[in-house]
Design a protein around this ligand. Structure first.
Ligand SMILES: [Fe+2]
Length: 328
């Protein structure tokens, strides 16, 4: 039997239906303003996506030895992908704080690939631009989490759409264009891999309560945190790594480096000439044929900062040896 049949089962209509089925007029105005917005989707129209479907999907990932596509934790303890059954056993307990992330499902299950492709067509129609051409890579990720689990405040690089398949959750989303929410330096640190982002005091986001059949859009870099309802939650995230936001990421990285040299950089978007020069500089050091999200966004920055990181590591080793009186 094909994986798509065992996992999708009665969901075989998914790829043939429009996936985004309804955006109210108010939410549509938010969508056109590049803000977060809520929508309805069709992925639960032919039945709920159950834990049994999740177990089948995990079985397929394990069979194909895609251990790196399985990421899970129980409380603060991270569980290797090969031991995912431990997380599955803990999942239904209210106090277990269990979280499972199954990444790049579209590369393993043809049905998810069809959904991701169909979804891009829906978005192109809604936003009136070619989303396929604007996207470097789409990530179809399944999130499965225990009752009451909380995903802490963070940002993502992707232009994201979260579709609730089973259970309920509340997504608290903040406006990334609000300077009180997110400063240029927050983004520079995020793209330098040293983020210390925290929710700012007195700033509240919009709380989107999602039930199966509903979804919410996260703009690129929109801070958010998530709280599950009283049952196990299953959500599908369709995240798009865009050419435009990846270019911005490289400009933030260049500005981070300039600040390290004591120079106060011109902010992104204030000078096309400077933005182009910064992008070209980072691009020069980036992988020519990137094979992963990390190599697309971070390879140039990591190559530039490699000597400094090696020196810092050597300094820390030397300090430890001196403090331990191994060398004097
Ligand atoms: Fe996220």
């Amino acid at each position: 039997m094909q994986p798509s049949q065992t996992i999708a089962g009665r969901h075989s209509d998914w790829a043939n239906l429009p996936i985004i089925t309804d955006v109210t007029e108010n939410e549509r105005q938010r969508m056109l303003a590049q803000k977060s917005f809520e929508f309805r989707h069709s992925l639960t129209d032919s039945g709920s996506f159950t834990l049994e479907n999740v177990r089948d999907l995990i079985g397929e990932l394990l069979k194909q030895k895609k251990f790196d596509n399985i990421y899970c934790r129980i409380g603060k303890k991270y569980i290797p992908g090969a031991n995912v059954s431990e997380a599955l056993d803990a999942l239904e307990s209210t106090s277990s704080d269990t979280w499972i992330r199954l990444t790049q499902t579209d590369e393993v299950i043809p049905q998810f690939k069809k959904i991701a492709d169909k979804f891009k067509k829906d978005l192109s129609r809604l936003y009136n631009f070619d989303v396929e051409a604007a996207t470097i890579k789409t990530f179809a990720t399944l999130f499965v989490s225990s009752p009451k689990e909380i995903t802490p405040y963070h940002i993502d690089h992707t232009w994201n759409f979260l579709l609730q398949l089973s259970g309920r959750k509340t997504v608290h989303l903040f406006d990334p264009s609000d300077n009180n929410v997110l400063r240029q330096t927050d983004l520079e640190k995020f793209y330098a891999g040293v983020s210390d982002l925290k929710q700012k005091e007195g700033i509240e986001g919009i709380a989107y309560d999602l039930v199966p059949g509903e979804g919410v859009h996260h703009p690129v870099n929109a801070p958010h945190w998530v709280q599950n309802g009283s049952e196990v939650s299953i959500s599908l995230s369709l995240g798009h790594c865009l050419h435009s936001s990846t270019r911005d990421a490289k400009i933030y990285q260049a500005n981070y480096l300039l600040r390290k040299f004591g120079i106060s950089p011109v902010a992104l978007g204030m000078s096309a000439r400077r933005d182009n020069a910064k992008e070209r500089f980072l691009e020069f050091f980036s992988d020519r044929h990137p094979t992963s999200f990390n190599s697309v966004v971070h390879s140039g920055f990591q190559r530039i900062t490699w000597p400094a990181r090696r020196l810092d590591k050597l300094r820390r080793v030397a300090v430890r040896l001196i403090n331990d009186k191994i060398v004097r």
